[in-house]
Design a protein around this ligand. Structure first.
Ligand code: FEO
Length: 398
């Protein structure tokens, strides 16, 4: 990636990783990603804001080839996709210091082996003057690690937000141009990484909104020259009100559970409830996570393996429990051969979900007309509860 200028003396460095398809050996990256670093050259001092993933260190070092002096490396977040290249940058600039929150300094020492005498810990709202540009450090814990912070430059009205407001998207666009594409990528990113911290993110957004911001510059994906686009989206995603949506992760071994899921989806549609089904042997787990941002109800569809749910259901249930979405209702549908403890096992897997459990529908062998009538009754119950709670429709880019 070539160095690009955002504002006078503020430059975008870093690397676009078009080909990466998995993050943390866990998160699918259908659109690749980028690791954005930023160089601010002041009248007296220079600062590099974040680095890149270790795999892209050479790219960053080529961009720094003509930068003779670097005083500070600002480490907003210790995860290696931003901090991994710091040791190499420190080697090139032997007098440079790494600036982080107090927790960030401790984590840089633990995770990267950086010497404590190369680190400076900064408090919330502390500033460093570069000469004509000021770095104001805004602590924003738990987006998504405990040590995270942002940097605000008041002279340029830019907020450097690292993971906060980021999106895993490889693009030649410096600023957002394709809003629907970026919206989905940012929502996927929020769902997979930020959603468990909704409450503290609300407090961090309130801090951010007190600043006069013209540009948000995250460390993944495009920059926002309309900050309200992503701030408003985050406000919608962190709100405690779910939407009129039922998410149905399921798997089927011999077709019975699939038939039941198909019937439930049709019954919900007939009652003006939006439903999204995800067949777990092939689904993009990120798409499932996106749906969980909005869903009011989850209905898990499973056949029975021995007496418990299918192993794929353990994974999906663990994921839903870990992401702590704002679900209000949950239930189970599925089939079994001779006996089943699927409902009990699934219930044990989702203690973080503060949901009302609706009557499950399990059938022995093939679903029959009685099974489908019970699924219709479940759809009636869900539609009534969504209506009574006034859940609104999903709005996409609101
Ligand atoms: Fe982009 Fe949490 O690292």
């Amino acid at each position: 990636m070539v160095i690009r200028t955002i504002r006078e003396n503020i430059h975008l460095l870093g690397a676009v990783d078009w080909d990466r398809r998995l993050f943390d050996s866990l998160i699918p990256l259908p659109d690749g990603t980028s690791y954005n670093a930023y160089l601010i050259t002041g009248k007296e001092k220079n600062a590099l804001l974040d680095c890149v993933d270790p795999s892209m260190t050479d790219t960053l070092m080529e961009q720094l080839a003509d930068v003779k002096k670097l005083d500070f490396i600002i480490s907003h977040h210790t995860e290696q996709d931003h901090s991994g290249a710091i040791p190499v940058v420190l080697e090139k600039y032997p007098t440079a210091k790494v600036v982080a929150t107090p927790k960030g300094v401790a984590m840089l020492i633990d995770h990267l082996g950086i010497s404590p005498d190369r680190c400076i810990a900064v408090e919330d709202n502390q500033e460093i003057a570069l000469g004509g540009q000021t770095l104001r450090f805004v602590h924003t814990p738990w987006v998504h690690w405990p040590e995270t912070m942002c940097t605000y430059v008041p002279e340029s009205k830019i907020l450097f937000s690292c993971d906060f407001f980021g999106s895993h998207i490889a693009s030649t666009d410096m600023f957002v141009t394709d809003k629907p594409r970026v919206y989905e990528a940012a929502k996927r990113y929020f769902a997979e990484i930020m959603m468990p911290f909704r409450t503290i993110i609300a407090k961090n957004i309130a801090k951010i909104e007190a600043l006069d911001i013209e540009i948000i510059a995250p460390s993944h994906g495009c920059l926002y020259d309309e900050p309200e686009f992503i701030i408003d989206a985050y406000k919608d995603w962190i709100s405690s009100e779910p939407k009129n949506l039922v998410v149905i992760p399921y798997i089927s071994m011999h077709g019975s559970t699939r038939k039941m899921v198909g019937h439930l989806v049709g019954a919900l549609a007939a009652r003006n409830v939006t439903a999204q089904q995800f067949e777990l042997s092939g689904t993009d787990i990120g798409k499932l996570a996106i749906s969980l941002v909005d869903a009011a109800t989850i209905v898990i569809g499973t056949p029975t393996v021995h007496i418990g749910p299918h192993p794929a259901i353990f994974y999906a249930s663990f994921l839903a429990n870990a992401l702590r979405p704002k679900l209000r209702f949950a239930s189970v549908i599925g089939s079994y051969g001779w006996s089943s403890k699927a409902v009990e096992k699934i219930t044990e897997l989702i203690p973080n979900l503060k949901v009302e459990l609706l009557d499950p529908v399990l059938c022995k062998g093939l679903p029959c007309s009685d099974t489908m009538e019970r699924i219709d009754a479940m759809a009636d119950s869900i539609a009534k509860k969504h209506r009574e709670n006034g859940f609104k429709e999903i709005c996409g880019i609101c």
